[in-house]
Every structure is written in structure tokens, then in C-alpha cells.
Design a protein around this ligand. Sequence first.
Ligand SMILES: Cc1ncc(COP(=O)(O)O)c(C=O)c1O
Length: 483
Amino acid sequence: MYVRRVVGVFLVNCADAVRHHFSADAHSSRHQIKDDGAGILLFLGKIISTSGVLEIFMHPALSQIGTQMSQLTGVRAIMKDIIETLQAGKGQDFINLSAGNPVILPEVEQLWRDCTAQLLASSEYGEVVCRYGSSQGYQPLIDAIASDFNRRYGLNLTHRNILITPGSQSIYFYAANAFGGYTASGDLKQIVLPLSPDYTGYGGVTLTPEALVAYQPTLDINEASHRFKYRPDFSKLVINETTGCVIFSRPCNPTGNVLTDEEVKKIADLAASYDVPVLIDSAYAPPFPALNFTEMTPVFGENILHCISLSKAGLPGERIGVAIGDAKLIGVLECFQTNLCIHSSRYGQAIATRGINSGALADISVNVIRPYYQNKFIVVESTLDKAMPKDLPWFLHRGEGAIFAWLWLQDLPITDWDLYQELKQVGVIVVPGSSFFPGLRSEWVHKQQCIRISLTATDEEIEMGMQRLAKVVEGVYMRSPID
Ligand SMILES: Cc1ncc(COP(=O)(O)O)c(C=O)c1O
């Protein structure tokens, strides 16, 4: 008690000293003090009290890159609004159709529990968690992936073709900055997204924002069935000596689109003529998590970096991404990783090795993960087919994979953001679509006419959510009828 009181008095004095020090500067923009208590613990500009809080908000001078990277981009900015809405509406039952976090499926959780138990019981445990390892990744995981992919796809991968990263997001960061941006001679190498919309996370990966360029697609529309599909517009797509790298997701977050094998090969061939690496973001692709609802074959090639993620296979918290490709490209990314973070967590890598070697991960992906989300998509489409007025121009993107549905409301009289706000009023949260067009600078009204619907809610929630959405959408079009 005595020690506590002495420490308390000391800290109160510290707080007074700090308050005094900053009071002269209280109105300057560099320091602000918010003080509503005493009995304080001081720690690097943040002071937490036992009976209240006193915080100093530091405003250090930021570099250009610091300013850019300390801002939330794309969907992360919307997520802040969503979290605040959910917190403010305590008690109100929101149907949250915004989540990108995968559902914890019991079979998947059990798989990782079993792999963890095996790791804990093995003599390998100390070596895995108590020591640093190679930047390229944990050797048994590299071997497991090489042999799995060689057997499955008839490849000749060696360990030199594989890099393990802390989540696949980091691969896009390394690649966007290693291959895109300004060269030593001052030329700008672009990071090309051949089909927009695409993963919002690509919006924040480059340290040279002007390097990110996305292309508007063509739309395959089936009016009668209220379905559509995006296609790359090869008449507009430019890949040439100004291109640093190409990135796209397949299956795509947010649309569920799967580019055909021919479309992928055409993009890869265009890029190969200029020695440009093509990163195929396979976060939802087979063999794990196998979140494709349509047939698709992973495409490999000399200039292709096939990028996988174990996040949607139940390990988002362990941060495991894998880049597979030409040894020289892998070497560049590996050095980038060494500089940035040394290597990915080895615990996650060790349990992933077991899941892959036993075949259980591929098996659960096809028999548990895929049907779970595919059924959710069926609930979305069958409910919309019943609830949406036939005479309105609504179009659901064909559900070919991933964990989202993508709805386009042609000629929508309000913006996607306003629609998001109206849906909140009836207790439904979706993600406004305009956050999914990073790099697309052209004015395109379509950008404000879409929403992303997560397939992570229960069947009942999805059904009720789609019914409420149909009513709101009908009301919106009725208020301002289209000509
Ligand atoms: C298409 C796509 N790529 C990459 C990522 C990032 O995944 P990871 O957890 O492997 O970093 C996500 C995450 O949602 C995604 O949807």
C-alpha cells in the first residue's frame, strides 16, 4: 500500500510537471493535453491514470511516406465507421454483412488444435519457437508446399521457388515497392491492376501512390437473370515497358469473380514480353482454402508469382502467406522481407506443415470450407431473386468464389455511401463498393453503385438482411424513379 501511495504521489507530481511543461504550449499544434484525473502512470507520451486518463497526443513531424502510411485506406477506413456504429448501437441487433474475417468452423479449428497438440508433443517444439530461422521460411513448410504443388500440378519446384511471408498482404507490399515505383534513372514503373474492382488492400501497398493504375473492365450482363460478370478489357489494358508488376486476385475479393484460364494466360503473356512479374493473388484459390465455386486451374509460368494465404483456411491470426515462382523473383522478395521483419512466425508455419503433409488441410478445404460459403451464396441469391423487384436494374455478380457477394444497382439514385447509411437505419451493415476501386482514377458512375455483402453471417441473418435490403432499395428507386 505504502509503495503504491509513494509511486502514486510521484506520478501525480510527474503529471503536474508534464502539465506545467506543456501548458505554455497548450494551444500549439504540436502538443495537446487531455487531463481528467490523477494518480498517473507515465509512459512515452501516453499517461494512464488509476482513476482517470491523461493523454498527450504527440504530433511528430512525419515524412511523406509517414503521412501516407499512417492513414487508413479503402475498407479499413469504412471499418472504423462500422465498428463505431456497432459500439454505439449496443442493444440494437445489427445484421453485420461487412465482415472479412472468416467464420471459425469447428472442423477447421479442430484441425489446427490437433496440429498444435502434435507440435507441442514433438521434440521440434523448442527449435520452432525458441530460435530464429531462415528468412525464406521454415524448411519443413517449404518442403511440404513444394511436394504438394509438384504432385498436384506437375511442377518442378525446389526450395528456391518458395518464400513464406507473414500473411500474403506483405507479398504485395514487397512486390509493389520492389518492382513498382521510381527506378534509379527516375522512370516510374507502374503497378497494374488489370481489372477494377479488386482487393482494397492493394490501395495501401505502394510507397509511390502515383504508381498504382487500375483498369475499368467490360461487363457481361444477363438482364433476364439479373446477373453480371466483369471481364478484363484488353482493348484498354496497357502492359509495357512502363509496367513494374501486375496484381489481381483470383477468385476476387470483393466480387467473387474468377478470371478464366485464357484471360490469365493472356495477361501473363502480355507481361512476359516485357519481363514483368504477374502476382496472382490466390488467397481464395485451390488447393487451400479452395474457395472457388467454379472450375479453375492455378496458372504457373516463368513470370508468374503464385501467391497463397492460409488466412481463409483458418489461420488469419498466424499470418502465413506463400509466394511461389521464379528463384530470382523469390530472392528479391526474400531480401525485402529480411530487411522488414526477418521472417514469419514459425509456430504458425510448423502447424501449417502438419496440416499440409497429412492432406487434412486440402481435404477440409474442399469438403468443409468451400461448401459452407457456397451455400451462403445460394442463400443470398435465392433471397434476392425472391425479394428484389423484377423491374429494377439490379445485378448480382456471378458467385464464382471467395466469401463475398457483390451487388450492382444500375442507375442507383443515391451513392453507395448513402445506401450504406440507409441500410444501417434498418439494422443491416454492408460495405459500400467504392472502396474497392484502388488505382482507378477515371470517373465511372458504376463505382458508386455497388455494395459488398459478406457471406460470414448465418443463413437466417443473410435472408433477413437481403429482405431488408430489397425493401430499402425499392424505396430508394421509388423516391427518384429512373427514366
Ligand atoms: C484478395 C485478398 N488478398 C490478400 C488478402 C490478405 O490476406 P493475408 O491474411 O494473407 O495477408 C486478403 C484478405 O482478406 C484478400 O481478400
